[in-house]
Design a protein around this ligand. Structure first.
Ligand SMILES: O=P(O)(O)OC[C@H]1O[C@H](OP(=O)(O)OP(=O)(O)O)[C@H](O)[C@@H]1O
Ligand SMILES: Nc1ncnc2[nH]cnc12
Length: 171
């Protein structure tokens, strides 16, 4: 399955100069969505995670079904003020703005092996914040993973964990 054939590039969204890689066109195609989930499962399984975590919101769309597929529990990393109870937060810069991620302080136990999933790695700010939060909460992060990597932004250099993606774009 050629996953790239199902990902649409939308010029000048959400700002002029940004080529937005839209996964909605992949998600809407059953066999392509299935193939992406199977390939993600094959990529993640060797790292022997005990839990999966996903980043709001497009990351949830991939990470929750992947957790089910692998028979694992699922942790939500959310945008600010959405999670009840004590949280740990981290501010970060995006390719097109700034944001903050939060995790529930009791989401992981020391020594949990948590693989972190998002749809796309651009500058790496979001994924880097997610890895920091998981580690601060006590988890090991054997892998961060995505469907898409924008290699020209070199986001993986900012990550304190190995990173893998299914498809990459160099412009
Ligand atoms: O590597 P970075 O430069 O940090 O960019 C990647 C992040 O940007 C997008 O999320 P966005 O904040 O647009 O939110 P969404 O998933 O809710 O659409 C994407 O889903 C990643 O989470
Ligand atoms: N170019 C891009 N396409 C889709 N999502 C993104 N998140 C950050 N940069 C993006």
């Amino acid at each position: 399955m050629d996953l790239k054939a199902h990902i649409r590039g939308v010029p000048d969204f959400p700002k002029p100069g940004i080529l937005f890689y839209d996964i909605c066109t992949l998600l809407r195609d059953g066999p392509a969505f299935r193939a992406a989930m199977t390939q993600l499962a094959d990529m993640v399984r060797p790292y022997k995670p005990t839990m999966l975590a996903g980043i709001e919101s497009r990351g949830f769309v991939l990470a929750a079904p992947l957790a089910l597929e692998l028979g694992l529990g699922f942790i939500l990393l959310r945008k600010p003020r959405k999670l009840p109870g004590a949280t740990i937060g981290y501010n970060y810069a995006l390719e097109y703005g700034t944001d903050r991620l939060e995790i529930q302080a009791d989401a992981v136990k020391k020594g949990d092996r948590v693989v972190l999933l998002d749809d796309l790695l651009a500058t790496g700010g979001t994924m880097s914040a997610g890895i920091k939060l998981l580690k601060e909460a006590g988890a090991e992060v054997p892998l961060a993973a995505g469907l898409i990597e924008l290699t020209f932004l070199n986001g993986r250099a900012r990550l304190d964990a190995p990173f893998q993606a299914l498809v990459s774009y160099d412009s």
